[in-house]
Design a protein around this ligand. Structure first.
Ligand code: LIP
Length: 267
């Protein structure tokens, strides 16, 4: 029904364009333009400019599609496809100059008014510092294209022993929630190989798809944080679930089935 090859191509093109924008036009005096859910949940002018670029380009390239963006875009379409975009995932890293942030562009089916249940069918995540473009489509596999190189097929880790697993996670912007999340992690850390907290859920999920993390969990992720990454994990042979079979803002657990089952039971 939908041309997934075309949707993946659009996602790749736009993730690259927005990625170049946020690097090439980052002002020397970049600061915080606004805070959202807390004083540490920040937005920069480049988050806004990146989302504006994505919205404008999608309007030209895919005029009948809907668009849902982290920085406020919520435009229904008529085609059955909704684009779910994170103009900068890892905004705090971007603000501080840490090279772990990305533009995430997902094409989804479902109802834009029920964003938790949107289903990603194609997408791309681009880290403009490392020039790594993670991309894929449902049934077409997950790939990493670095710079002008050839696409490399991604496969999740096959690690099944939690005690040998490299675990990724993240924390919310509310201090009380972070305290609870830290306490939960304290109870896990001795039972895994080690922990990594990169600061971008989109890149964390891509790392799971690439086998760079054995397993990942996080609570509090919005659809734009996770849409592309969860598709790529599935296409790389992994599983993604939440408190139930489906990932949600309450919980995302991603990795090979054996580890996801063990970790979900601990969460
Ligand atoms: C971020 C996520 C990250 C999470 C941060 C934040 P943002 O998204 O990608 O995994 O731990 O708290 O939600 O706010 O940079 O788009």
């Amino acid at each position: 029904m939908h041309d997934l090859v075309e949707l993946e191509s659009v996602a790749r093109t736009l993730a690259l364009r927005a990625g170049r924008l946020i690097v090439d036009e980052r002002p020397a005096d970049l600061g915080v333009a606004q805070t959202k859910s807390s004083a540490t949940d920040v937005v920069t002018e480049m988050d806004r400019r990146s989302e504006e670029l994505l919205l404008t380009e999608l309007g030209w390239m895919r005029p009948d599609d809907g668009v849902l963006g982290e920085e406020g875009t919520d435009e229904p379409g008529s085609s059955g496809i909704t684009w779910v975009v994170d103009p900068i995932d890892g905004t705090v890293n971007y603000l501080y100059g840490l090279p772990a942030y990305a533009v995430s562009v997902a094409a989804c089916t479902g109802d834009i008014d029920d964003p938790e249940r949107l289903v990603p069918v194609a997408g791309a995540v681009y880290n403009p510092v490392t020039h790594e473009l993670f991309h894929g489509r449902r049934g077409g596999g997950a790939y990493l294209t670095t710079g002008t190189g050839a696409p490399v097929r991604l496969r999740c880790s096959t690690q099944t022993d939690l005690s040998q697993a490299l675990l990724g996670t993240g924390f919310g912007y509310a201090a009380d929630k972070r305290a609870r999340q830290g306490a939960l992690l304290a109870g896990l850390i001795a039972d895994v190989r080690d922990v990594r907290r990169a600061g971008s859920a989109a890149l964390d999920l891509c790392s799971v798809a690439a086998g760079r993390l054995d397993v990942y969990y996080e609570s509090g992720l919005n659809p734009w944080d996770r849409a592309v990454g969860q598709l790529l994990v599935l296409e790389a042979g992994g599983v993604v679930r939440g408190l139930t079979d489906a990932p949600s803002i309450d919980l995302v657990v991603a990795g090979c089935a054996a580890l996801v089952g063990q970790l979900a039971g601990r969460l």
